[in-house]
Design a protein around this ligand. Structure first.
Ligand SMILES: *Cc1c(COP(=O)(O)O)cnc(C)c1O
Length: 251
C-alpha cells in the first residue's frame, strides 16, 4: 500500500505511532475478516469506522495514510475542528455521540452520517439544517441511523429511542428531503452479554426494512464486541480503543 503523502514526518524519519496504528488496525481488520468469514459474510463484510474521539487530528491523518476511509467522533466541537484540519483527505466523518438539536447546523457541515438520531426534534433539526446546507453546497444527503436503547431505559446513559418509537422516527426521517434513512444503531448495555442486545437490534432492523427496504444498515459492535455484532448482521462497526489505544484523559 502506498503511504499518503501528507504525514507530518519528513521522508525517512521513523514514526513509531504510525507503525503502532498499522499493527493494531491490521489486527482489527483480521478479526473482522475472520468474524465475517465465520458468519458466511466474506463477500459483504461490514464497514469499519475508526472512532478517533479524544485522539489528535495527526492520528486521523496517520489512519488515512493506512487506508482508513471512515472515522467516528462523538463531540461536535472536536469533530468540526478535526474535519476542517483534514478537509483535504476526503474522509467520511460519522457522528456517533449524543447530539443537541442546536448543533445540527454545525454537524451537517462535515458529517457524512449521524448514527445517534434518537428523537423527533433532532430529526427535524437535522432536516432543516440539511435543507440550508444542500442549498449552499449541493452536498449529498445525510445518512441517518436511528439509535435505539436496548436496555429498556430510554434516557439512560447510553442513549437511544425506545423500540416502540422507532416507526414514527423512521417515517419522519424517510420523509425528509436531504436525509437518507440508513438503518438502526445501538450500543450494547454496559457489563452485560451483548448477544441478546444485538439479537434485539437485528429484529428491530427486520421490522424497519419491512417498511423501509433501503434502511438496511445496522451500526453495532465496538472493540469489545465486534465479533458478536458481525455474527448478528452489523453492517457498520465503530471501533476505537483497540486501534488507537486508551483514550487520553478528558481535556
Ligand atoms: C467511543 C464509542 C465507540 C468506540 O468504542 P471502543 O470501545 O473504544 O471501541 C463506539 N460507539 C460509540 C457510540 C462510542 O461513543
Amino acid at each position: 500500500m502506498t503511504e499518503h503523502p501528507n504525514t507530518q514526518q519528513p521522508d525517512g524519519v521513523p514514526d513509531p505511532r504510525l507503525e503502532q496504528l498499522r499493527e493494531r488496525l491490521q489486527a482489527v481488520r483480521e478479526r473482522i475478516g475472520s468474524a465475517a468469514a465465520a458468519a458466511g459474510r466474506a463477500e459483504s463484510p461490514p464497514q469499519l469506522i475508526v472512532v478517533t474521539k479524544f485522539h489528535p487530528a495527526e492520528d486521523v491523518r496517520r489512519l488515512a495514510a493506512l487506508g482508513v476511509t471512515d472515522v467516528g467522533e462523538n463531540r461536535d466541537q472536536e469533530a468540526s475542528e478535526k474535519a476542517a484540519a483534514l478537509a483535504a483527505l476526503e474522509l467520511r466523518w460519522h457522528f456517533i455521540g449524543q447530539l443537541q438539536s442546536n448543533k445540527a447546523k454545525s454537524v451537517v457541515k462535515y458529517a457524512h452520517a449521524v448514527h445517534s438520531v434518537d428523537r423527533l426534534q433532532l430529526a427535524a433539526a437535522l432536516a432543516k439544517a440539511m435543507a440550508v446546507e444542500q442549498d449552499r453546497t449541493g452536498r449529498a444527503p445525510l445518512d441517518c441511523f436511528i439509535q435505539v436503547s436496548l436496555d429498556g431505559d430510554s434516557g439512560g446513559h447510553r442513549g437511544g429511542a425506545l423500540p416502540a418509537d422507532v416507526p414514527a422516527l423512521a417515517a419522519q426521517l424517510a420523509g425528509s428531503a436531504g436525509i437518507r434513512l440508513a438503518g438502526v444503531m445501538a450500543v450494547a448495555p454496559l457489563g452485560a452479554d451483548p448477544v441478546p442486545a444485538f439479537e434485539k437490534l437485528a429484529e428491530l432492523s427486520a421490522r424497519l426494512t419491512a417498511v423501509h427496504p433501503g434502511a438496511a444498515g445496522i451500526s453495532a459492535g465496538m472493540s469489545q464486541d465486534l465479533e458478536q455484532a458481525v455474527r448478528l448482521g452489523a453492517t457498520h462497526l465503530r471501533v476505537g480503543s483497540d486501534i488507537l489505544g486508551p483514550r487520553p484523559a478528558l481535556r
